[in-house]
Design a binder for this molecule. Structure first.
Ligand code: UGA
Length: 453
C-alpha cells in the first residue's frame, strides 16, 4: 500500500477563506460535522459578527446554527488568512468571482487567496490540501492557483501539497439543507491523494461523489448553472406562447417534467431568473467561449430571453389593468426569489423601472429585502411594513417573489384592500382556480386567460 494512503488520517481542522454566502454556509456545515473551522475575511465587520454568533445577511436557520457552532468552539472568524491556513489541514477558497464590465470573471480575490495560501504553506512541514470552491472559469486553477501556491510556498502539487476543485451547488433560501445534504459532491483532484483526502472530509455526507480532474470540476459548475438557466428561459418562452393559445404553461411543464429524461424542477415560468449566480455564470462562460472564438447562440438566447420576460410581464400588467398611468401598484416581493434578502439581479428592478416609465407609482413590501432594494434605486418608491399596508388603497397588486406569507392573502383580502381587485402574479403564487367566481381578476404568467382579460 502507498505510504500516504496507509497513514491517511481524517483532517480535523479546516480553514475557509471568504465569509460570503458560500463560505459561511461551508464553514457552518463543516462545523456541524465536527471539524474545527476558522472562516476568514478581509472585512472585519463580517468577522466580528461571526464571532458574536451573528451574520450580515438573512438565510433561514443559518444564524441559529452559527450561534450553536460558535458556542461549541467549532466555528470562529479571523481576518488573518495566512494564520488560519497555517493552522488547518485543508483550506477552502470561497471568495467571490463577480462579473467584470467586459463579462469576464473578476478573479482578483482568488488570486490574493492563492498568494496567502502559498505564504502559509511555505514553512509547513506537513501535507495540506487547498480547495477551490469559488466558481472559477475552466483553466483558472491550473492556470494560476496552482502556479501561485507552488511558487510562493516552494512546494510541489502532487508531492507535499494537493489542490482540488469542489464546486458549490447550494441555493440561497435553502442553503443549509443544500449544504448538509447536496445532491452530489464533485471533487476535481490534482492528484489522487488530494481527491482521497477531500473524499474523507465528505465521508459522512449522504451524497453521491464524483471524482474527476480539476478542469472538469470547474466546467461542471458552469454547465450546471447554464442548463438550469436554460430550463427557466425555456419555460418562460413557452409561457408567452401558451398565453396566446389559452393553455396553462404550468400544466404543460408538469407534463414535460414527468419525462424521466427531463425532470420537473426549474421549469417554473415567471418573471425571469435573478440572483448572484445564473446571470453571472452564464455571462462568464459565454465570455470564455467567445475568447476561444466559439459562438454561443443558445446561451446568448438564454440571457436575451431573460431580459424579454420582465418586459412581457409589464405588458401583461397593462393589458389586465388597462392604463396604468397615475395608478398605484401594490408591489409584493423585491428579492430575487423568496426566503432571501438578496436583491442582486432581482427582476423587481427592471419591472419597477418600467412601471415608473409608464407613469405608475409603486408601494412596495418585502418581508426581508427592503433595505437592500432601497440601496439599489433612487426611484421614489413607498416602502411599507406589511402586505396589508401595501394593498390598502392601492389600485392593483403585482407579485414578483412568491414569499410564503403572500399565499395567505385570499380573494376577500384583495377585494377589501385594493381599489380594483386585480392581481398579476409573476410567480404563480396561487392556483389560479382559487380566484374563479370570487370577484378578483387574477392572471399569472403563462395562465390560460392571459390573452383575454
Ligand atoms: C443557483 C443554483 O440553483 C445553485 O445550485 C447554485 O449553487 C447557485 O446558483 C450558485 O451558483 O451559487 P440561487 O441563485 O441561490 O442558486 O437560486 P435559484 O433557486 O437557483 O434561483 C435562481 C433564479 O431563478 C431565481 O430568480 C428564481 O426565482 C428563478 N427560478 C428558479 C425560476 O424563475 N424558475 C424556476 O423554476 C426556478
Amino acid at each position: 500500500m502507498v505510504k500516504w494512503l496507509r497513514d491517511q488520517v481524517k483532517p480535523r481542522k479546516i480553514s475557509v477563506i471568504g465569509i460570503g454566502y458560500v463560505g459561511l454556509v461551508t464553514g457552518v456545515v463543516f462545523a456541524k460535522h465536527g471539524f474545527k473551522t476558522v472562516c476568514t475575511d478581509i472585512n472585519e465587520m463580517k468577522v466580528n459578527s461571526l464571532n458574536e454568533g451573528s451574520i450580515h445577511f438573512w438565510e433561514p436557520g443559518l444564524k441559529e446554527l452559527i450561534e450553536e457552532s460558535v458556542r461549541k468552539g467549532l466555528l470562529s472568524g479571523s481576518t488573518d488568512n495566512v494564520e488560519a491556513v497555517s493552522g488547518s489541514d485543508i483550506s477552502f477558497i470561497c471568495v467571490g468571482t463577480p462579473t467584470s464590465p467586459d463579462g469576464s470573471s473578476d478573479l482578483s480575490a482568488v488570486h490574493s487567496c492563492s498568494e496567502d495560501i502559498g505564504k502559509a504553506l511555505k514553512d509547513r512541514g506537513d501535507y495540506h490540501v487547498a480547495v477551490v470552491k469559488s466558481s472559477v472559469p475552466p483553466g483558472t486553477t491550473d492556470g494560476f492557483v496552482i502556479p501561485t501556491i507552488e511558487k510562493i510556498s516552494g512546494k510541489r502539487v502532487g508531492e507535499e501539497i494537493s489542490v482540488c476543485v469542489n464546486p458549490e451547488f447550494l441555493r440561497e433560501g435553502s442553503a443549509l439543507q443544500d449544504g448538509l445534504s447536496p445532491d452530489r459532491i464533485v471533487i476535481g483532484e490534482s492528484d489522487k491523494r488530494g481527491g482521497d483526502t477531500l473524499s474523507i472530509v465528505y465521508e459522512d455526507f449522504p451524497s453521491l461523489k464524483l471524482v474527476c480532474d480539476i478542469r472538469t470540476a470547474e466546467m461542471i459548475k458552469y454547465a450546471t448553472n447554464s442548463l438550469l438557466a436554460t430550463k427557466i428561459s425555456f419555460a418562460n418562452e413557452f409561457s408567452r406562447i401558451c398565453e396566446e393559445y389559452n393553455i396553462d404553461v404550468y400544466e404543460v411543464m408538469r407534463g414535460v417534467g414527468l419525462d424521466s429524461r427531463i425532470n420537473p424542477r426549474f421549469l417554473d415560468a415567471g418573471v425571469g431568473f435573478g440572483g448572484s449566480c445564473f446571470p453571472k455564470d452564464v455571462k462568464a462562460i459565454i465570455f470564455q467561449a467567445k475568447k476561444a472564438n466559439i459562438e454561443t447562440p443558445l446561451l446568448d438566447a438564454v440571457l436575451n430571453n431573460n431580459e424579454i420576460q420582465p418586459l412581457h410581464f409589464v405588458d401583461l400588467i397593462k393589458k389586465y389593468v388597462g392604463g396604468i398611468r397615475g395608478k398605484t401598484v401594490a408591489f409584493l416581493g423585491l428579492s430575487f426569489k423568496p426566503n432571501t434578502d438578496d436583491t442582486r439581479e432581482t427582476r423587481a428592478l427592471p419591472i419597477i423601472e418600467l412601471l415608473y416609465k409608464e407613469g405608475a407609482r409603486v408601494k412596495a413590501y418585502d418581508p426581508k429585502a427592503i433595505p437592500n432594494f432601497r440601496a439599489m434605486t433612487n426611484l421614489h418608491i413607498e416602502y411599507v411594513n406589511s402586505w396589508e399596508e401595501a394593498l390598502r388603497g392601492s389600485d392593483f397588486a403585482v407579485i414578483q417573489a412568491d414569499w410564503k406569507e403572500f399565499r395567505e392573502i385570499n380573494a376577500e383580502d384583495y377585494k377589501r384592500l385594493l381599489k380594483l381587485p386585480i392581481v398579476i402574479d409573476g410567480r404563480r403564487t396561487y392556483d389560479p382556480n382559487e380566484f374563479v367566481n370570487k370577484g378578483v381578476k387574477y392572471v399569472g404568467v403563462g395562465w390560460k386567460n392571459a390573452r383575454n382579460p
